[in-house]
Structure formats: structure tokens, C-alpha cells
Ligand binder design. Structure first.
Ligand code: DUR
Length: 305
């Protein structure tokens, strides 16, 4: 019965439970997670997801699938049992689960991510997940860093370098701190191997709502600024400690923080934006690079089982 679950979990992340701050949920007789196409009426969330300890999100479904496929053998070995991979796709998102690891793609940008997180957090709380840790593994543009470098985000900033996520509710702006778990940042960095053939650095990440003009690119369908304007902006970002640019970090940080869920962001830079705008790295190399954040998160998971 949802109202009972609600009393147990509302406004509390004591006992490691997800904190939902919406008293209206108490009066829902059942909850249909529309974009995931899963409902409390038809699915036993506790049975399906109650054992999940690690959630991994990223833009594309194929990356999430690859992540689960690649961690399965190591998980099975460590847990001494042959784990089965479970998957479920709605028309919007795809999820994959193996043992205590769930991976779901979030699409591109804040709106797509934000909808997923709303439904995922409710799923987590209906499933009574305890102490879940959530990660975003993704790609980004680098600001003065070598392409292929992995960035662990210690703070999200918006396009004006403010450390918060602005949400508009009923026409009013609400500022939510884009805070990430400092301890987790250090733990992720500590998982770097000295023989990793790439650098892993910690820094601020800027979140934008567009890939082209919104990131100062000169190669979109529109451009009203000069190359000098772009370079000035990048220099200003760099000065403020921003090392990479993507399209999800502030919302990811702010919403997980609000829900009391430990969260980390780890992205690989596809290019250095001081050097260009187009991503022309070969398919092959890109695929290799995309494995790098996955590797670090896999190490974290295998160490914290
Ligand atoms: N991304 C960027 N900018 C880049 C490279 C990657 O925003 O230069 C991330 C964020 C978004 C997706 O999800 O990848 C867009 O390609």
C-alpha cells in the first residue's frame, strides 16, 4: 500500500532511504511511471529492484547496455553466481539490470534527464532501495584539456558560472544548489590506476541547454558571435575552474542532492573546445574513450559490493 510506504520514507534519508518531498504522493492509490512504462499496480518494484545498490545513467541506451554486459562477468565472479541480465525498454528510455546494478539511459539534456530522475527516484523509493549510489557517465567537450581525458565533476555550474540549477515552477525561478558528494569525488579519483593510458582530473563542469550556440560553437545552423567572443568565453570559464561542458550536470547534481542520494558524474572529453567545435575523432577511438568513465564506475562498484 503506497500510503504506508510513504509514511515510512517521506522526508527522510535516514536509514539510507530516498527522500521524496511531495506530500501529494501519499494520496495516490497507484503510481504509473509513464515514461518508463512501469506502474506500482502491475509491477512489484520491491521484487524487481529492491536489491539495487548502484544506478548508472548516461545519454544513450547502447552505452548502458554495453556497461551492463561488460560488468556482468566480473559481478558474477565476485558474487559467485551466474547473474542474469534483465532489460526493459519504454518508447523513451531503456533500462538494464544485473544483480545490484541498474543502468538507464537519460537522453540528451536537462528536460530528458529531469523527467527520468523524477520517475527513477519514485521507482527507487517504491522499491525500498537502501543507500543507492547513482552515477552519470557521459561525454563532454573539454575546456583546455587533452581529448580523451576523463573528468570527475566536483561542482556543476550554469552558463553564467553560477553553482546552481534553475528550475521554473509556476512561472517562478527556484535555485537549487548543484552540489555533489565531495567524498565520492575523492573516492572516484582514487580508483585511477597509474597505468591508465589517459588522465583523470577533477574540476567544475558547465551545463548548457544547447550543444551549438549555447556552448559557444561556431558551426551550428546559427551563429551570432565571433571566434574571438568564443575564445574569451572559454577563457573566462577556464579562469573559474571549469574544465568541461555538457548538458546535464547541474540538474543531475541538484536533483540527487535534493533527494538525498549520493551521486557522481564522470565524463570523457571528446575534444578541446579551444581547438575546435567539430568532433572528428574516428568511431573506433570514440568508442574506446567512452569506455573510460565506465571503467572507473565499474571499479567503484566492484570495490563496494
Ligand atoms: N556533450 C556536449 N558537448 C560536447 C560533447 C558532448 O554537450 O562538446 C554531451 C552532452 C550531451 C551530448 O548529452 O553529449 C551531446 O552530444
Amino acid at each position: 500500500d503506497l500510503s504506508q510506504i510513504f509514511d515510512q520514507y517521506f522526508n527522510s534519508n535516514e536509514n539510507g532511504l530516498v527522500r521524496l518531498r511531495n506530500p501529494n504522493l501519499k494520496s495516490l492509490d497507484h503510481d504509473f511511471l509513464y515514461h518508463l512504462e512501469l506502474g506500482t499496480n502491475d509491477h512489484d518494484f520491491v521484487k524487481m529492484f529492491g536489491d539495487v545498490k548502484f544506478i548508472c545513467t548516461g545519454g544513450t541506451a547502447i552505452r548502458m547496455k554495453n556497461f551492463i554486459n561488460s560488468i556482468e562477468p566480473e559481478l558474477s565472479k565476485k558474487l559467485k553466481t551466474k547473474l542474469e541480465i534483465w532489460q526493459h525498454s519504454s518508447s523513451r528510455y531503456s533500462m538494464y539490470k544485473v544483480g545490484p546494478v541498474l543502468a538507464v539511459n537519460h537522453g540528451i539534456g536537462v528536460p530528458s534527464l529531469q523527467i527520468l530522475l523524477n520517475e527513477l527516484f519514485k521507482l527507487m523509493y517504491y522499491a525500498k532501495m537502501k543507500n543507492p549510489v547513482i552515477f552519470r557517465i557521459g561525454t563532454c567537450g573539454g575546456v583546455g584539456i587533452t581529448p580523451g581525458t576523463v573528468v570527475i565533476t566536483n561542482e556543476g555550474v550554469d552558463e553564467e558560472i553560477n553553482p546552481y540549477f534553475v528550475q521554473v515552477v509556476l512561472g517562478k525561478k527556484i535555485h537549487l544548489p548543484a552540489t555533489l558528494d565531495r567524498q565520492l569525488v575523492r573516492e572516484l579519483k582514487a580508483l585511477v590506476n597509474s597505468d591508465d593510458p589517459y588522465d583523470t582530473i577533477i574540476g567544475k563542469t558547465m551545463c548548457t541547454s544547447d550543444f551549438y550556440e549555447g556552448q559557444g560553437r561556431l558551426d551550428g545552423a546559427f551563429c551570432k558571435h565571433t571566434i574571438a567572443d568564443k575564445m574569451d568565453y572559454l577563457a573566462k570559464l577556464q579562469e573559474a575552474g571549469v574544465v568541461n561542458i555538457e548538458m546535464e550536470c547541474t540538474a543531475f547534481a541538484a536533483l540527487t542532492y535534493q533527494a538525498g542520494i549520493k551521486a557522481g558524474i564522470c565524463c570523457v572529453a571528446m575534444l578541446d573546445r579551444f581547438k575546435g567545435d567539430q568532433i572528428r575523432t574516428s568511431n573506433e577511438v570514440r568508442k574506446q574513450w567512452e569506455l573510460r568513465p565506465q571503467d572507473i564506475i565499474s571499479r567503484y562498484i566492484l570495490r563496494h559490493l
